[in-house]
Design a protein around this ligand. Structure first.
Ligand SMILES: *Cc1c(COP(=O)(O)O)cnc(C)c1O
Length: 360
């Protein structure tokens, strides 16, 4: 059981997801008045020294955490990851772009690209309800593609690429649900985007990393707000101030945890504990192919839908929040992002064993 005296439960929400409790407390402490501004952070100019230094600190933390050199631009924009489905091809899709279709979000991304140009499906796992990541030898890659787009973690289906794909063209990645959860082969990428609300902060900010030599390939004559170059050049309009402010605190929290390698080790222990529990039981059944399992969203089924509903309700009564699977697939989904503590996974496993004993 979590310490429910505060009313906060162990949160397995897929998105917006759990934030570190330390961050929530720090926000609360300085919410009415930020530093010496005489106002809250929501009520000061985005051109003020205070806000500029919040953004600068968030950038510096991201550079340190990920090892981003100066040839990477860091943007905090609005519009969510879904806006990037359009903005990426708008900026970069000239003759042809490649897409790996491994889930709902990937399918949306290729659909948007297809409205703007030639978007090729390189491989898909739709034939088996997106339960696996197609193996590399089956990919029909085009060496003349401007980029290869993929979704590093499939939030709905609970699958994840084991490593950054190898391709002769720059990778463009929707990393919304595993951003900063593990280290990646940065030199393969041209652009990485992530909505903040899964692993990084509150909804409202989208983090976009663009390598300078990739940015240089964008088209000209783009609408001002949708041209990445507008935002790499200067602060063009009001950024999502409050979201960036919280993201900066989450990044600091992550550095305090020991950075990406340390959180990656914890994430892998959390996932292993859950998958081992599933595999050791004849009652729970994992839905993702074992070699494609996500370390962020663990999806599984019980023998029938009635038991699944009971599982979700009883878990909620026991202090374990938001375990219902995505409405399009059903079942159970435990989202165990960076901010989900190990103790929460221990509590879930103990609940699972108890539930199986009683209902199995
Ligand atoms: C949640 C999610 C999205 C959609 O994000 P929005 O910010 O709501 O547009 C896109 N891709 C992935 C992988 C996601 O998990």
């Amino acid at each position: 059981m979590p310490d429910t005296s505060s009313g906060r439960l162990y949160n397995f929400s897929a998105g917006p997801g759990a934030l570190p409790v330390e961050v929530i407390q720090a926000v609360r402490a300085e919410l009415p008045v930020y530093r010496k501004t005489g106002a809250s952070v929501m009520e000061i100019s985005h051109r003020s020294e205070e806000y500029i230094s919040i953004e600068a600190s968030a950038r510096a933390l991201l550079r340190r955490l990920m090892g981003l050199e100066e040839d990477w631009h860091i943007l905090f924009l609005g519009g969510g990851a879904s806006m990037q489905f359009h903005q990426v091809p708008l900026n970069f899709l000239t003759h042809s772009a490649d897409y790996l279709v491994t889930g709902t979000w990937a399918r949306k991304a290729i659909a948007e690209a297809a409205k703007l140009g030639h978007a090729r499906k390189v491989a898909s796992s739709e034939d088996a309800n997106f339960s696996y990541i197609p193996v590399r030898d089956t990919w029909d890659l085009n060496p003349d593609s401007v980029y290869l787009h993929f979704t590093s973690n499939n939030t709905v289906y609970g699958t994840q690429f084991r490593e950054s794909p190898k391709a002769s063209v720059p990778l463009v990645c929707d990393a919304s649900s595993d951003f900063l959860s593990r280290s990646i082969e940065l030199n393969r990428y041209g652009l990485i985007y992530a909505g903040a609300q899964k692993n990084l902060g509150p909804a409202g900010a989208t983090i976009i990393l663009i390598k300078d030599n990739f940015l240089a390939r964008r088209k000209s004559g783009l609408p001002t707000m949708l041209d990445y170059g507008t935002h790499t050049a200067k602060c063009f309009n009001t950024p999502p101030v409050f979201a960036v402010y919280v993201v900066e605190k989450v990044l600091r929290w992550l550095e305090d945890q020991g950075g990406i390698r340390a959180i990656e080790a914890v994430n892998s222990r959390k996932a292993a504990l859950l998958y081992n529990t599933i595999d050791a039981s004849g009652f729970y059944h994992g839905t993702a192919a074992p070699d494609s399992r996500s370390r962020m969203n663990v999806t599984f089924r019980l023998p029938n839908a009635e038991l699944e509903n009971q599982f979700v309700d009883e878990a909620r009564d026991g202090g374990l929040l938001a375990l219902k699977g995505h409405r399009s697939v059903g079942g159970i989904r435990a989202s165990i992002y960076n901010a989900c503590p190990f103790a929460a996974v221990l509590a879930l496993v103990s609940f699972m064993k108890d539930f199986e004993r009683r209902r199995g």
